[in-house]
Design a protein around this ligand. Structure first.
Ligand SMILES: Cc1ncc(COP(=O)(O)O)c(C=O)c1O
Length: 373
């Protein structure tokens, strides 16, 4: 009897032996709360992304909350893409601001910077760019945006560790503050964790204060803050994973290149665009299925029958999220976001996939698209 085929998952979140050893060493050290491991992880991370300051915290959402809290006064507006995970916008609301939900580009799914500029008002304080699924922000377009925009630019790089622009630089070196997430499924995962990077020492100092109750001395608090600290165990795992990030991103790119060569001819299936400017880290490999040609639910069920998991990132734009109703503004129509929500389907692309699993994904996608060879 042949063994049943195992399911091909959307992510691989198993820790390796060296990462488990690093976590155990932190557990055995007797120091669980934020200490030397966190500082060492921050220093290594700052060097990795090419900026002088990195501040570790408890999640990507905490990182966004701190960054916006430091920046916004009540009622300040932030230009935010409508096609992203909710945390990008909910952090603005939690910091007292108002997300202005803007459409994204049809080719890279990132904020349409030119249209976003048309939404600037006297209340606009910042813009948040999100290299979605790991597709880098178009550096020349960003530079032009920064030339015309007087507010701060925050990068939500929760999905983009390992993405680089044409000059080989991470977004961290280009904008005022960048946030990262270390949630499982990311290129670097520790369980729960996040990081804020900045080139400005005074901003880093404020982020450090806000991370820990606004504390500036023993039982002395200059401002109100949060408890968004990272523990030593998470930092130890993160530090151990950092040298592996580019290798993992490279493996994701290899798989993406294979999908591009094997799936490019399927009617009704549009593949993600390879960036003209920069290097993708393929946090997700997201197909667009033409609803006139292929039914997404049936397609995804067909993949599941062949034991290939898939996921919809995202089925609705932020303008359709009840939680943001009355708390955000959507001044423009969002045709690209709406079309994407109807058509996107992500297939497995993580670094843990074997060549055999990649071939199974190819065969299943071809079968479901009616393009069996
Ligand atoms: C674009 C984006 N921003 C923010 C977050 C929030 O990160 P975390 O889950 O670490 O809070 C995520 C998480 O997936 C994300 O994808």
């Amino acid at each position: 009897m042949t063994e049943p085929l195992p399911t091909v998952p959307m992510g691989n979140t198993e820790l390796t032996e060296d990462e488990i050893e690093a976590a155990l060493a932190a557990l055995r050290s007797g120091q669980l709360r934020q200490g030397a491991e966190v500082s060492a992880f921050e220093n290594a991370f700052a060097e990795f992304v090419g900026v002088p300051h990195a501040v570790a915290c408890s999640s990507g959402t905490a990182a966004l909350h701190i960054a916006f809290h430091a920046l916004l006064s009540p009622g300040d507006e932030v230009l935010v893409p409508a096609f992203t995970f909710i945390a990008t916008a909910s952090a603005v609301v939690m910091a007292g601001g108002v997300p202005v939900l803007c459409d994204v580009n049809a080719d890279d799914y990132n904020l349409d910077l030119e249209r976003a500029l048309s939404q600037v008002t006297s209340r606009t304080r910042a813009a948040c760019v999100v290299p979605l699924f790991g597709h880098p922000i178009d550096a020349p377009a960003l530079a032009e945006f920064q030339r015309q925009f007087s507010g701060a630019v925050v990068g939500d790089c929760a999905q983009a560790l390992g993405s680089l622009d044409t000059e080989g630089r991470a977004l961290d070196a280009r904008v005022d503050a960048v946030t990262h997430s270390f949630y499982p499924s990311k290129n670097l995962f520790v369980g729960e964790g996040g990081m804020i990077t900045t080139t400005e020492g005074s901003c880093a100092a404020q982020y450090r204060r806000l991370r820990s109750h606004g504390r500036t001395g023993p039982h002395y608090h200059e401002e109100l803050g949060f408890n968004y600290r990272m523990s030593e165990v998470e930092a130890a795992i993160g530090r151990c994973q950092l040298p592996k990030v580019q290798r993992r991103a490279k493996r994701r790119r290899e798989i993406a290149a294979h999908y591009a060569s094997e799936l490019g001819d399927l009617p009704g299936v549009r593949l993600p665009s390879d960036p003209v400017t920069g290097t993708h880290s393929y946090h997700q490999y997201t197909l667009r299925l033409d609803p006139e040609v292929l039914d997404r639910e049936r397609f995804s069920a067909g993949l599941a029958e062949r034991k290939i998991l898939s996921a919809v990132h995202y089925p609705r734009g932020l303008h359709e999220q009840p939680a943001l109703e009355g708390r955000s503004r959507t001044p423009l129509r969002l045709p690209v976001t709406e079309a994407l929500c109807r058509s996107v389907l992500s297939i497995p692309v993580h670094a843990g996939l074997s060549d055999g699993e990649v071939e199974r994904v190819v065969a299943a996608v071809r079968h479901c698209a009616g393009g069996t060879r």
